[in-house]
Design a binder for this molecule. Structure first.
Ligand code: HEM
Length: 376
């Protein structure tokens, strides 16, 4: 059965025929059921992401109401990912430069080293789905933390940090319960304090990580330390769910179609294109405008179907996968994310994880935008 709407498509067993139909027959239109515009064609998705009046948050609601007034909301309000204001441009420029300086080979080597530390943690032998879930939601996050220069090299520290980042990420979902939001606020406070404490411990110069450079560059431009801390945490959050989804979807692909013939980095790029972890994103109109030839009103919402654009686009293997977005908020972690997902799958396969068995017993985590398998 086809999904009933694009939100249901996210966790549908095979949403791609539905997406292809939408992209071909209704590339841009109003969905009465969802009460928002839906962009599905590649040209329309690109046009929405490039439109100056299409913002990442509703202008009157910079922080989701459930998080407002909590530590999680305070952190959210400082993220470059969630802001269009000119005030965020200097920090954004510094962060983008920093992300571009990360070498994917170094990231892979760090991930392999951290994987060895995770072996020492009880319950990590990947014989069970539960252990595989822990690996995919821990290794990418702690590798980003390690690249920043944060202390995660002991397996237990790594597990604690990854659990806090996951709790904070979960609180941002529209499906979050009151308990999830409370746990997210708690995690936001904990992560802030952990970052502060780490800043006070001097590191060896050659192994200090990227955070001291980020702090220094920000200080030179009078950027508040709180904004720097929030966005450093933001990088770990970005590495959390979507990268776990990419690694999980790679395991499913191997489980169904056999080992990756041309290597795991190539498989990561292919799965990012044809079973993408982030299936959609949203934009909100800041003014009345014309979008894809149609008049739209200030306050209208647009659901941007990255996954539909991806399966409708021609099979150009060199094109940037749509799952990483485009335009002003395009993901600066695309190469890193694919390297981390490949490194995580490599670590799991080397430890005897069985993709064919995993693909027999899983469901997708409930989500309105991310396709993340949860193995039973
Ligand atoms: C498979 C994994 C990932 C996927 C699919 C993904 C996807 C995305 C998408 C779609 C956006 C833009 C959202 C929008 O325009 O509404 C985004 C933004 C962003 N991503 Fe990623 N991401 C991934 C991993 C990462 C990683 C590992 C990092 C960094 C460590 C990262 C850092 C960021 C940042 C900083 C932004 C905000 C950029 C801005 O607003 O200017 N992402 N990501």
């Amino acid at each position: 059965m086809m999904p009933a709407d694009p939100l249901e498509a996210v966790t549908h067993p095979d949403p791609y025929p539905y997406y292809r139909g939408l992209a071909a027959h209704r590339p841009f239109g109003f969905d009465e059921r969802l009460g928002m515009w839906v962009a599905a064609g590649p040209a329309e998705v690109a046009a929405v992401l490039a439109h100056p009046d299409c913002r990442v948050r509703p202008p009157a609601q910079p922080v989701p109401p459930a998080l407002a007034g909590t530590a999680a909301g305070e952190l959210f309000g400082r993220l470059i990912r969630m802001n269009d204001g000119a005030g965020h441009a200097p920090l954004k420029a510094i962060l983008l430069q920093l992300m571009a300086s990360i070498d994917t080979g170094t990231a892979r080597a760090r991930a392999a080293m951290l994987a060895a530390a995770l072996d020492a943690v009880p319950g990590m032998a990947p014989a069970t789905g539960a252990a595989v879930n822990r690996w995919v939601s821990t290794l990418p996050v702690v590798t980003v933390a390690d690249l920043l220069g944060l202390p995660v090299r002991a397996g237990v520290d790594a597990m604690t940090v990854a659990a806090r980042v996951a709790a904070y990420a979960a609180a941002q979902s529209p499906l979050a319960t009151a308990e999830d939001v409370a746990a997210g606020a708690d995690a936001a406070r904990w992560l802030n304090q952990w970052l502060l404490a780490a800043a006070e411990v001097p590191c060896q110069a050659d192994d200090a990580g990227l955070l001291p450079a980020l702090r220094q560059a920000a200080q030179a431009q009078d950027i508040a330390p709180e904004a720097v801390a929030a966005n450093a945490i933001g990088l770990m959050v970005q590495a959390c769910e979507a990268t776990a989804g990419l690694a999980g979807n790679m395991l499913l692909r191997i489980g169904r179609s056999g080992p990756a013939v041309d290597g795991l980095p190539e498989l990561a790029a292919r799965v990012a294109r044809d079973d993408p972890p982030v299936q959609n994103t949203r934009r909100f109109l800041a003014a009345d405008a014309r979008l894809c030839g149609v008049p739209v009103r200030a306050g209208d919402a647009v659901l941007v179907l990255l996954a539909a654009a991806s399966c409708a686009a021609s099979g150009d293997d060199d094109a940037r996968p749509w799952t990483f977005g485009a335009g002003r908020h395009a993901c600066p972690g695309d190469a890193l994310a694919q390297a981390l997902a490949a490194a995580t799958v490599e670590a799991l396969l080397a430890r005897g994880a069985l993709p064919a068995a995993l693909a027999q017993a899983f469901r997708y985590r409930p989500s309105h935008n991310a396709r993340i398998p949860h193995f039973d």
